[in-house]
Design a protein around this ligand. Sequence first.
Ligand SMILES: NC(=O)c1ccc[n+]([C@@H]2O[C@H](COP(=O)([O-])OP(=O)(O)OC[C@H]3O[C@@H](n4cnc5c(N)ncnc54)[C@H](O)[C@@H]3O)[C@@H](O)[C@H]2O)c1
Length: 252
Amino acid sequence: MSHGSPTRTVLVTGAAGGMCRGINARLAAAGHTVLCADLSLEAAESAAEAVRAAGGRAEAFAVDVADADSVSALADAVHERAGDIDVLVNAAGILDRKYLADHDAHSFERTLDINLVGPFRMIQTFAPELVRKGWGRIINISSIAGVTGYPYPSYSASKAGLSNLTRSLVIDFWGTGVTVNSICPGVVDTPMVIQQVRDQVPRKVPTEQIVNPDEIGGLALFLMSDDARNINGADLLIDGGATRYFQLFDRP
Ligand SMILES: NC(=O)c1ccc[n+]([C@@H]2O[C@H](COP(=O)([O-])OP(=O)(O)OC[C@H]3O[C@@H](n4cnc5c(N)ncnc54)[C@H](O)[C@@H]3O)[C@@H](O)[C@H]2O)c1
């Protein structure tokens, strides 16, 4: 930890997932305390234990971000055991691989409830303490599926909504010292990514690389740094350039 960079308390939802293993590790290695929240306490505890095994500080909490009462119980537990948070990372999410015809209203809404309304609930619950302290960072894990079209519409709609929620909240947090940004990963090396997509990476991603979860952690750390204090309302693509070119051309 370099002189003058404060250690922060960071609450991460979906903390037991593949991507968060990288996020948790990078945050903890920089000296921050990671509050790992996930659907099951056992899964959250295993994520926290991985952080502690590497010498970091972590606590485990259970939460269902689709349930307002559960989010409110999480807030009570966090405040009792860890005090106020400084940074909220909304990473909990589901990818329901259904095409339009396979959905009913309930299944479509379920994805929105977790991926979009979940972060809204979390932000509404935890933002007041960030505002009160005059410094805070909210980092929403969106997706390139929210930037381009995507085969599974509930997922892409939820992530497009999350990215635009991010942009809209800069107005709510005007002058408060709180910034809100989203990270839009491309193909990340996690169990969420099927082999067929992995096989496409050298042909479709200009860097020819799958993104490592640690890189998402590195970007989150940057957003927490002073150098990023004017990055606000951004959608930060970390996709190797996959969404940046005209798809009718292939690699040379
Ligand atoms: N893996 C990728 O390539 C990729 C790319 C772009 C964006 N993302 C996004 O990154 C985030 C993390 O993805 P991942 O690859 O680690 O997926 P993952 O499935 O490994 O992790 C998601 C975590 O969220 C938790 N979760 C699900 N529903 C929840 C709920 N209602 N309440 C609390 N926690 C809940 C799960 O238990 C799981 O631990 C997701 O939001 C995902 O949409 C992933």
